[in-house]
Ligand binder design. Structure first.
Ligand code: HAM
Length: 420
């Protein structure tokens, strides 16, 4: 057994019935977006490596440590997407969405890849549903985006998701804060690697999870104290709109997020039942991203919700997932001629909207009836040689055990009546 292939480390297979839950969560997350006018976008799973280096930021962990990058046979440097925003903004620039109706509202769902140390809730291949609203700088849009994320969690029945909110300022006021923070951090007792980070990306030091670092940065200046007037007004307006929408949030003055493109509004959805990987979703405004990747000035705001971690949250809160769709009718043919007739019957039932299956593989009556029980079907149709001669089939109610003979030409109608 040991030399069997297995799913690579940090990845997992989705199999029925659990896989239903992934489909369900993606659907529930997308539903509020579709109602709000977001259109579906699909971009390639790999992009030019430089897109992420310039978009997400070379000094971030995501780009410097976690990317699946490779050189193709044609000498192209490409990377499996570690996140969705850079690709969507790249597509918006490429297809000049800024020249059309704004904001361009887009949503996506798919696979993302980060070479992280796997643990519960942290995988190398994971699934996100994301939303991006591009081309408009309006705090009401930030509030809409945040509220749509909160709505998705509420629709899933989660009650323990907390929304953390912060503003990171813009390219005017953040450098001022950065310097203040650097000055403070240089005075601390930090290891060499962290001291280097203070010079390259000081905001990330605030996000260091180690207790000895957390203790020292407890009194660090917060970005909120350095916001310029425009950023302060924007943040105030976002909060007013969120209050109007009944969205509950917590101020998180130290929330910095792990991607460099953020400006102004940033937020994270956290769940306390998940241990270390508590962020079930996150996002923010990224007004300079388009220019960073060579596009025109084009503000934007969005989020991505982690499907896998949201499912862990559903399990932690013991929210019962909806029952997977089940088979209503299970057909049991006894002999080749009966199989021909029942394959046609199953096809006819499916066309009528009835879910139906057949005992494939000549199992004999006993084995096939076991299959009928396992399928969870309410009705079994058994067709043997004698039934064929009589032009009827045996219709068995698998709940009560009651069995009746039904003429073959009436069977679709009778089944539909029994199921209604
Ligand atoms: P992010 O915070 O890096 O943001 O990821 C969003 C969510 O994806 C996380 O909250 C988490 O639930 C999930 N996630 C991330 N990494 C992993 C992993 N290794 N294993 C399992 N789940 C994971 C972004 O990706 C931004 N693009 C969000 C955004 C959109 N900002 C603006 N627009």
């Amino acid at each position: 057994m040991s030399d069997l292939f297995r799913a690579p480390k940090g990845t997992f297979d989705l199999l029925p019935p659990d896989s239903e839950l992934w489909l369900y969560v993606r659907e529930v997350m997308a539903a509020p977006l579709r109602r709000a006018g977001y259109g579906y976008v699909e971009t390639p799973i790999f992009e030019e490596t430089a897109l992420f280096e310039r978009g997400v930021g070379e000094s971030t962990d995501v780009v410097s440590k976690e990317m699946y990058s490779f050189v193709t046979r044609g000498d192209d440097h490409v990377t499996l997407r570690p996140e969705g925003t850079a690709g969507v903004v790249r597509a918006a620039v490429q297809h000049r969405l800024y020249a059309g109706q704004l904001p361009a509202k887009l949503w996506y769902s798919g696979s993302f890849f980060r070479y992280e140390r796997p643990q519960a809730g942290r995988y190398r291949h994971f699934s996100q549903v994301g939303a991006e609203a591009i081309g408009v700088d309006d705090p009401a849009l930030d509030a809409e985006v945040v509220a749509l994320g909160a709505q998705a969690y509420a629709d899933l029945g989660l009650t323990q998701v907390r929304l953390l909110l912060n503003s990171l300022g813009d390219r005017e006021c953040r450098p001022v804060y950065r310097e203040r923070l650097q000055e403070f951090l240089r005075g601390l007792d930090l290891d060499a690697e962290t001291r280097r980070r203070v010079e390259v990306n000081p905001l990330r030091v605030l996000d260091d999870k180690r207790a000895e670092v957390q203790k020292q940065v407890a009194d660090a200046p917060v970005v909120g104290d350095s916001l310029c007037d425009d950023c302060r007004a924007h943040y105030d307006a976002v909060r007013t709109h969120l209050t109007d929408l009944g969205v509950v949030w917590e101020e998180a003055p130290r929330l910095v997020r792990g991607l460099d493109y953020y400006t102004r509004t940033t937020f994270e959805f956290q769940h306390d039942g998940l241990g270390a990987q508590s962020a079930v979703g996150g996002g923010g405004r990224y007004d300079g991203l388009s220019e960073d990747i060579g596009g025109p000035a084009m503000p934007g705001v969005g989020w991505a919700l982690g499907v896998d971690r949201t499912i862990l949250a559903l399990r932690a809160e013991e929210v019962a997932p909806p029952a997977p769709p089940r088979c209503d009718v299970y057909a049991v043919p006894l002999g080749a001629e009966a199989k021909r007739r029942l394959l046609q019957l199953v096809d006819a039932l499916r066309r009528e909207g009835v879910s139906a299956d057949l005992a494939f593989g000549d199992r004999g009556l006993k084995g096939a009836m076991k299959g009928a029980d396992r399928s969870g079907a309410r009705l079994a149709v058994v067709l043997g040689e004698r039934d064929l001669e009589a032009g009827e089939a045996q219709l068995k109610d698998l709940g009560s055990g009651e069995q009746v003979a039904v003429p073959l030409e009436e069977i679709v109608t009778v089944i539909k009546e029994k199921l209604s």
